[in-house]
Design a protein around this ligand. Sequence first.
Ligand code: MV4
Length: 446
Amino acid sequence: MFNRILIANRGEIALRVIRACRELNIETVVVYSKADAGAAYLELADEAICIGPGPSAKSYLSIPSIISAAEIANVDAVHPGYGFLSENAHFAEICRANNIEFIGPDVETIRRVGDKAEARSAAVAAGIPVVEGSKGPVGTDQEALEVAHRVGYPVLIKAVSGGGGRGMRVAHNDMALINNLATARSEAEASFGDASVYIEKYLEAPRHVEIQILGDRRGDVIHLGERDCSVQRRHQKLIEESPSPAIPPDIRKKMGIAAVKLARQVGYHGAGTVEFLYEGKRFYFIEVNARIQVEHPVTELVTGIDLIKEQLRVAAGEPLGRKQGQIPFRGHAIECRINAEDPERGFAPSPGVVTHWQPPGGPGVRVDSHLAPGYRVPPNYDSMVAKVLVHADTRAEATSRMRRALDEMRVGGIQTNLGLHRRILRNAYFERGEYTTRFLDELLSA
Ligand code: MV4
């Protein structure tokens, strides 16, 4: 096992990794930007190193700054968390070139699944259903038109180097397709430095369901069930739950098997997620996320498995301790992401000083947060400040418990989306588990 690792991230996930390391007797070195200086969670690491000013490009995204910190701190490995450099193959390559283990899959695997057209081909090769669409990136306008005519409108243009919904464009006819293709290409070039795009049939009201996978360096892969992440606004997930209220047992089983097959196909090790869309009783592969995700605790609650500890173990070369049949799935878990956002200003980020912090507690409640009274939410980063999770025997008990937890919670000094969560948890469709990716937009426009 590692003796000492560097955490190349901030906020709640940095704290989450510190906690796992403490329990495994691994020393932690956490990096921070000037905007995060003085944050209470930094005190819980063995060492904290300032890597630059507030803007991410000069701190949490600066490979030279992070590698220098890792060299100075003399660590065995780097945990990238989520976001920032977590899926950056170049960063993983530099870590390993400097004899520092990158806690994640191989450089080649990160690259392969980071190319969304490549990941789609790997899924096809593994015999996993994908949404109808182009075979690889589309070259000419003519080729795009041919794909659209074959699969039928509407179609969705996606960036090969995109993901998470960024840089997607829907087209309903030939003219829109030609126009949107040009816009999508220039947006993709500007955002990802890669103008290539591919095309899929656009599913209009699917559910977004993802499978958690875990693989070791010997090639063993298991899955830890699914999370339903259909409650999203502008591709930001707001609520995740497991099991999905929409997936029948036979589909769940097939989806899990498909995810493991794909992971084996690409030689995946570490923790990862295989994303699917589910519509009309069928599921379709869309992409692989080569990182630990924000919503991983949902899976931890239903399986009792600490995914961060598992990531550390397999990265250090230990085999998976369990076979697929030995993974327990117990009860129901829900996560609400609490963001520093102003509901009066269209949920715009609302940074500032937290004057009052009263997290919920009691049976079956977990809060993952780096907040403390006096903490200043910086304007530079993602607005998520806390994750409230509940676990109970049934979905009905879990939703009731979440309503209770949200009602107990107080965050003073900043605006948050707590009110929106309280509203969703009392919505009749949500209560019945009847929602698709359109749910939140429909709720907010009503
Ligand atoms: C789609 C789709 C419909 N059809 N692909 C969004 C995140 C990224 N990982 C993939 N996403 C989607 N891909 C096809 N072919 C719908 C989504 C999607 C979505 C779209 C619009 C509004 C909210 C959404 C939430 C989840 C997924």
